[in-house]
Design a protein around this ligand. Structure first.
Ligand code: FE2
Length: 139
C-alpha cells in the first residue's frame, strides 16, 4: 500500500505542477516501500538522493513561474521550500551516520513528516497560486 495515494483530489488544476507532484509522491511511496520491505541503507539513501534532487527541480520550476506571474506571496512560499530542502538534506546525512538498528525508525519518522508536509503544502500553500497561474494561461 502507498503512503500517499495519488488521486484527483490532490490535483490543483495546473498540469505541469500536478505532473511533478505526482512524480514526487511516487518517489516518496518508493521510499516508503523500501523502508517497509527493510531494504538496505544503500537503497534508501539512493531514493533519498533522488527525492532531494527532484524536489529541488520542482521547487525551482514553481519559483520560475512565481517570477513570471509576479506572484505576491513568492517570498513566503519560497521559505517553505527552502525549509523542506534543508530538513530532508539534514535527515539524509543523519541517516547515513545512524547505527543500522535505528535507521528504520528514522526513515519512518521522515516519511510521516513528508506525508503531512506535502499534503499541507499542496492543499494549502500551493493552492493559493492556482487562480493567478490559470489567469496567466497555465492550466
Ligand atoms: Fe510549492
Amino acid at each position: 500500500m502507498a503512503l500517499i495515494e495519488w488521486n484527483d483530489s490532490l490535483k490543483l488544476g495546473v498540469a505541469v505542477v500536478d505532473r511533478q507532484h505526482e512524480r514526487l509522491i511516487g518517489i516518496i511511496n518508493r521510499l516508503y516501500e523500501a523502508t517497509t520491505e527493510h531494504r538496505g541503507a544503500d537503497v534508501i539513501s539512493e531514493i533519498l538522493d533522488e527525492l532531494i534532487i527532484y524536489t529541488a527541480t520542482h521547487f525551482s520550476m514553481e519559483e520560475k513561474y512565481f517570477a513570471e506571474c509576479e506572484y505576491p506571496d513568492a517570498e513566503e512560499h519560497k521559505r517553505e521550500h527552502d525549509a523542506l530542502i534543508e530538513r530532508v538534506s539534514a535527515f539524509a546525512s543523519d541517516f547515513e551516520k545512524a547505527p543500522a538498528g535505528s535507521r528504520s525508525a528514522l526513515a519512518n519518522e521522515l516519511l510521516q513528516f513528508l506525508k503531512i508536509w506535502w499534503q499541507y503544502h499542496m492543499m494549502e500553500t500551493d493552492s493559493k497560486f492556482v487562480a493567478l497561474f490559470n489567469g496567466r494561461g497555465l492550466t
